[in-house]
Design a protein around this ligand. Structure first.
Ligand code: NDP
Length: 268
């Protein structure tokens, strides 16, 4: 079993390094060739061209900036890819993944899409989750070597499922971070150091709120009583933010959403 990693940015380097450290024969390629030097030092084979890199591999992993780059890298080597497994872990939409799977199928390539729910420093740890979808047969064949990256979860044969779940989880992360940065800015207006506020109050608070999520799962309706209570809190956050000079644009839309979901007033 031989593998190639195309794209050695922060994430591609971490993925290739995990393969090499697991003793898996790994070939690497990157558009800017110097990024392959450290991996060559660890024992990876450095390919001069994408075609050379693909020729060496049973499994071809592509990890670049976006799907435009994926196409730019792969289209010239479509013939060489035939008969191999392509695992694309580049961030994209579910539609992007489905289109690439069709392209792969038309060239005799087995396609697996991946969503990496970890930062590069987390690659190789069991708590790092990698989402997969697409060819079940190809995933099963490579599941053990891919375990070098973290814990794999196969979501289904629709190639778009990994991207859909990846983007949903990233959306949750961005929302949480946006709220956290807003909170830090509010506390900062009274000179509270961001590090102290984050460690002492923010992180424990967010942990305790995460525990509530299973109770809220699937429940999108808000009772009128609850809505009024939440509205008071959101109004106070918005007005305090404005008074303290913190832009309110992250919080104000939540109050508007709550108003949009108000039950219509009963008519006499
Ligand atoms: P980097 O910016 O570190 O690396 C980008 C990579 O894409 C480089 O190898 C770059 O090559 C390559 N690239 C960009 N455009 C082209 C092109 N037109 N042709 C060929 N190669 C190209 O990004 P990351 O490694 O961090 O991210 C890569 C993917 O991994 C992204 O889709 C990202 O969403 C995903 N990911 C990243 C995470 C992270 O925390 N970093 C977490 C989870 C997923 P060059 O070196 O020549 O510029």
């Amino acid at each position: 079993m031989t593998m190639t990693v195309l794209g050695l940015g922060a994430m591609g380097q971490a993925l290739a390094t995990a393969f090499v450290k697991a003793g898996l024969p790994t070939t690497v390629w990157n558009r800017s060739a110097h990024k392959a030097e450290a991996l060559a030092g660890l024992g990876a084979v450095r390919a001069e061209t994408v075609a050379d890199a693909v020729r060496e591999a049973d499994l071809v992993v592509v990890c670049v900036l976006d799907y435009a780059a994926v196409r730019e890298v792969l289209e010239p080597v479509a013939e060489q890819l035939s008969g191999r497994v392509l695992l694309n872990v580049t961030n994209g939409t579910a539609a992007d993944a489905r289109r690439l799977a069709e392209w792969a199928s038309a060239h005799g390539v087995s396609y697996v899409d991946g969503g990496i729910m970890a930062i590069p420093q987390g690659i190789g740890r069991p708590e790092s989750v990698i989402l997969y979808s697409g060819s079940r047969e190809a995933f099963d064949r490579w599941a053990v070597p891919l375990g070098a990256w973290g814990t794999g979860k196969f979501l289904g044969t629709d190639p778009g499922l990994a991207a859909l779940h990846d983007l949903a989880l990233l959306g949750a992360m961005y929302g949480m971070f946006a709220g956290a940065f807003h909170a830090t800015a509010m506390a900062g207006t009274e000179g509270v150091p961001a590090e102290r506020f984050t460690e002492d109050l923010l992180v424990p608070w967010l942990h305790s709120m995460v525990d509530v999520l299973p109770m809220l799962a699937g429940n999108t309706s808000v009772s009128e009583e609850r809505r009024l209570v939440e509205r008071v809190a959101l109004t106070n956050i918005v007005s305090t933010s404005a008074a303290q000079g913190v832009p309110e644009h992250l919080i104000a839309p939540l109050r508007s959403l709550l108003d949009a979901h108000a039950e219509p007033a009963a008519t006499a």
